[in-house]
Design a protein around this ligand. Structure first.
Ligand code: ITT
Length: 215
């Protein structure tokens, strides 16, 4: 069975293909992004829902920019903030505040409907939501979305990279890459290979690829 990288973002897939061979293909499916303080919850919920939808092994990748002195803003809301404020304004805001330290974080969530043997990487088992239990109690039919919120195990792999917020430079990469500098270059000034070697996604993918090769 093939592995599906479930995302609407082609930039992520380009980076993932560097690590995973051609067995992985993009599934352009917009799973529900639940509102949560942490990327892990969003990714795990998305992976469950995507697995129910796809019926084959899936990876969901949730990422975000965390600006240290802005209490981690925009964090799990990075996508919404990119769509509303835009990358350049986020950069300006951070620079106006004089708060320049930041990190990118990425959580890769893998689900194939099976259990996992113990490894250092965490497994999320989710929690049945109150409304599901209430629906069960009434004896109503369980929908895909309710199953997706159930307790199918999801394996999580995380990665992070520290950096500095700068004036936008470069036209590679995607999203916040032009305003995020690491080691003297913005991520948008790096090739996909260079970015992967140091990036949040690259680190999470490396852990995933090593584990997946054994599975
Ligand atoms: P999917 O949810 O469909 O995968 P998305 O682009 O919405 O696509 P995320 O929710 O994970 O993906 O992304 C959150 C935001 O962070 C979004 O604005 C991205 O552009 C940005 N982002 C994620 N990874 C990034 C990276 O490696 N470099 C720059 N920005 C990134």
């Amino acid at each position: 069975m093939s592995l599906r990288y479930v995302t609407t973002n082609e930039g992520k897939v380009r980076e993932a293909l560097e690590y995973l061979d051609d067995d992985v293909t993009q599934l352009d499916y917009d799973y529900t992004e639940v509102q949560a303080e942490d990327l892990e919850t969003v990714a795990a919920h998305g992976a469950r829902e995507a697995f129910v939808h796809a019926g084959e092994p899936v990876i969901v990748d949730d990422a975000g920019l965390f600006i240290d002195d802005l209490d981690g803003f925009p964090g799990p809301y990075s996508s919404y903030v990119e769509d509303t404020l835009g990358v350049e304004r986020v950069g300006r805001l951070a620079r106006e505040e004089g708060t320049l330290d930041a990190q990118f974080r990425c959580v890769i969530a893998y689900c194939d409907g099976e259990e996992f043997a113990a490894t250092p990487e965490p497994v999320d088992r989710g929690e049945r939501r109150g409304q599901d239990l209430a629906a069960d109690a009434r004896g109503s039919a369980t929908t895909d979305a309710q199953v997706a919120g159930g307790d199918v195990p999801v394996k999580l792999f995380t990665g992070a990279v520290p950096g500095t917020i700068v004036e936008p430079r470069g036209d590679g990469g995607f999203g916040y890459d032009p305003i995020f500098e690491h080691g003297g270059k913005t991520l948008a000034e790096m090739s996909a290979e260079e970015k992967n070697a140091i990036s949040h996604r690259g680190r999470a993918l490396a852990k995933f690829a090593e584990w997946f090769a054994e599975r």
